[in-house]
Design a binder for this molecule. Structure first.
Ligand SMILES: [Zn+2]
Ligand SMILES: [Zn+2]
Length: 430
């Protein structure tokens, strides 16, 4: 073990201080805490949408911290950064993470900026869900994606997004003309994966930079976000690399992958030792290497993710990190929350809802665009506009016995809202 008793005492000393100034005592203004059987009291949990962010405060929420094989306990890579100026940024959108984001009940117009570090499914597998589901749940503008180029055009982000859009041709064709269609598009900003600390986004006082990572093939990158003197760094996946050492230095929050310990890859994942050693130490960052990296860059808080965080595997990850690093450390799991200011970094877990619906809309929803929307879409996707509907064959299969019952629904809406909603079959008959 490298760390000393003194360093450990330093970490726990803060906990004693927190105890000495616990909110209940401070609020009571008395020597003894006043505990009431009926009054609310502060809780050490983050409840989404119950706290304002200070003008100079950053909040980061882990919305995916696991592995390529998603499971109920953990989605794959995704970190949401929220700033006191109102801006929000998503770093990686791994499989399963769209569900986690939905639990935060943030209006989807604010979840429109996604930065993808590399194109493994566990880092962008939920992009389609954010594209389609986000629009359905109220996004009224295009989804914006930033991601690296590859060594050939086919290995770049623009290609992946284009193919994703094409994959959803039927889905989009099936919605156009029926819903507010403004959110059903993606803008892609592909940048050079070899660029070193290059600015890829700059607006409203926020600067996001990209630098190369080393992982599987050419192409992966890491990101830094700087705003009001605070620095967030997101590694995506990488073997420890010189760029991270240089550009992540002195980050307030440094998020970097930390893979499952090699013996557990064999025992729990069924890898051969040969494969576990290669994948666990050469393609990814092993816990020992994660610690070494953080000891070098010295963030105010090191965040390890990309391992299944279970009762029987977490001790090995922690112990192995602690052979090389004795600084502040978070072993991330889904819904871990960091509130970052110049003065303090507060780490908590969020308590979230599961059975969520659409969060509030930012702007007024538009009624369906009908034929003009269909024609525009048909041109864009190069599909014949006449195929965006039912054929006579399918139309002839409608069971018209339900018309009377459904006419009632239209009548109900017309009466309740004081304007006429004509029943579609009656309209077409005219
Ligand atoms: Zn990867
Ligand atoms: Zn990964």
């Amino acid at each position: 073990m490298v760390f000393t008793a003194g360093a450990v005492a330093g970490i726990y000393f803060e906990n004693y201080l927190a105890e000495a100034i616990s909110p209940a005592v401070a609020a009571s203004g008395q020597d003894k805490p006043e505990v009431s059987p009926v009054r609310a009291r502060p809780r050490d949990v983050y409840y989404p949408n119950s706290e304002d962010l200070a003008a100079d405060e950053m909040r980061v929420i882990a919305c995916g911290t696991g592995m390529p094989t998603t499971r109920a306990a953990q989605a794959a890579a995704c970190f949401l950064v929220e700033l006191g100026n109102g801006d929000k940024f998503i770093f990686d959108i791994g499989s399963g993470s769209a569900e986690r984001l939905s639990s935060l009940q943030i209006p989807y117009d604010y979840l429109d900026k996604i930065f993808i570090g590399h194109l493994h499914a566990d880092h962008f597998g939920s992009l389609g869900e954010m594209f389609i589901g986000g629009a359905l749940m109220g996004r009224q503008k295009p989804l914006r994606v930033w991601g690296p180029s590859g060594s050939t055009p086919e290995l770049g982000t623009a290609y992946a997004v284009q193919k994703l859009k094409e994959m959803y041709t039927w889905d989009l064709a099936g919605r156009v003309g029926l819903v507010d269609f403004r959110g059903y598009s993606i803008e892609v900003n592909e940048f050079d994966y070899k660029a070193e600390n290059a600015v890829i986004y700059e607006d409203n006082g926020v600067t996001i930079r990209s630098f190369p990572a080393i992982h599987s093939l050419d192409g992966p990158v890491s990101f830094s976000l700087e705003w009001k003197g605070l620095k967030f760094v997101f590694g995506s996946d990488s073997y420890p690399n010189k760029w991270f050492v240089e550009y992540a230095r002195d980050a307030d929050l440094a998020v970097h992958e930390c893979f499952v310990a090699v013996p557990d890859l064999v025992k729990k994942m069924g890898f051969t030792p040969e494969s576990a050693l290669l994948v666990g130490t050469q393609i990814h960052t092993a816990p020992e290497a994660f610690g070494k990296l953080m000891a070098e860059i010295k963030p105010r808080m090191a965040v390890a993710y990309h391992f299944f965080k279970d009762f029987d595997t977490t001790p090995a990850v922690n112990d192995r990190i602690r052979t090389t690093y004795d600084g502040p450390l978070s072993l991330a799991e889904d819904f871990m929350v960091w509130n970052v200011t110049k003065d303090a970094i507060k780490v908590r877990m969020a308590a979230v809802e599961e059975a969520t619906w659409a969060p509030p809309l930012v702007g007024v929803a538009q009624p369906p665009g009908g034929d003009p929307d269909r024609e525009k879409y048909a041109k864009e996707m190069d599909v014949p506009v006449e195929s965006l509907g039912y054929s006579d064959f399918i139309k002839a299969g409608r069971w018209t016995e339900v018309d009377e019952a459904l006419r009632g629904v239209y009548k109900e809406a017309s009466e309740a809202l004081g304007r006429e909603f004509p029943y579609p079959a009656d309209q077409k008959a005219k």
